[in-house]
Design a protein around this ligand. Structure first.
Ligand SMILES: Nc1ncnc2c1ncn2[C@@H]1O[C@H](COP(=O)(O)OP(=O)(O)O)[C@@H](O)[C@H]1O
Ligand SMILES: [Mg+2]
Length: 238
């Protein structure tokens, strides 16, 4: 899906030949400490940062679609959605208004009743609090809302950028469990960027470790990841 991508900001190169693949139905972890290029890679996939070189393809039944030639809106239409780092909610709008903003594109608008019902069923707390201002909810609820908002475009592939940041461990577990439920019940394909190794590997099928904009290790299973020396040194403290 992503091949040899080089990208950065202005003269600063952040990604140095990154290649990763995410297959249908998988949950893949993109593991790495702060500042190593996780968000930049997700933004490249979403068309929010233009790669200087390399390829980003979406495999479909009708062949490969080159995402580097598409706008973010077109990429969302193709069934890819991002839960951004830091959630990026509108704190002064209600829960329901935030959700509706996740369905801005024309095709999604037609699906609003279905997708809203789906979000409320998956996240009952959002239904209870639908008239509450997003900014007045707890961190965990806000993260649920950020995930739900991305689901309003009915994606097949969900990119999740550091859902654990700023949350107490119990809430992290709850958010992670929700993502797992989405994967299992709806065969959603998930690419999750995380620094929290233990939480990410609870739900990932496999993963990559990114260091200074390069994929340093590819673990074909969470066990392979856990047994990797780099992981032991940096994430598990052994
Ligand atoms: N909008 C930006 N403009 C310039 N530099 C940026 C921008 N966003 C990120 N960077 C830099 O790119 C590098 C990788 O950042 P990022 O992709 O956010 O890493 P991560 O998500 O792994 O923390 C960092 O050195 C960061 O300072
Ligand atoms: Mg980031």
């Amino acid at each position: 899906m992503v091949r040899n991508v080089e990208a950065g900001y202005g003269a600063v190169r952040v990604l140095h030949g990154v290649s990763i693949e995410v297959r249908e139905g998988e949950t893949v972890a993109l593991l790495g400490a702060n500042g190593n290029g996780k968000s930049t890679l997700l933004k490249c996939i979403m068309g929010m940062v233009a790669p200087e070189s390399g390829e980003i393809f979406l495999e479909t039944d009708d062949g490969q679609i080159d995402l580097t030639q598409k706008t973010t809106e077109e990429i969302v239409s193709l069934g890819i959605a991002l839960v951004p780092e830091g959630r990026r909610l509108f704190p002064k709008l209600t829960v329901e208004e935030n959700l509706l903003l996740g369905a801005y594109r024309a095709e999604a608008r037609a699906g609003i009743p279905t997708n809203l019902a789906f979000c409320f069923e998956t996240f009952p707390v959002l239904h209870v609090r639908r008239r509450q201002l997003a900014g007045s909810m707890s961190g965990g609820e806000q993260q649920m809302l950020a995930v739900a908002r991305a689901l309003m475009s009915a994606p097949r592939i969900l990119l999740v950028d550091e859902p654990s940041v700023g949350l107490a461990p119990i809430l992290v577990s709850r958010v992670i469990a929700k993502i797992k439920e989405l994967k299992e019940r709806y065969q959603l394909t998930v690419l999750m960027a995380e620094q929290n190794f233990n939480q990410a590997t609870k739900i990932a099928d496999r993963g990559y470790i990114i260091v200074h904009g390069k994929i340093e290790f590819e673990g074909r299973s969470t066990r392979e990841l856990r047994e990797n020396e780099l992981v032991k040194k940096y994430y598990l403290g052994v």
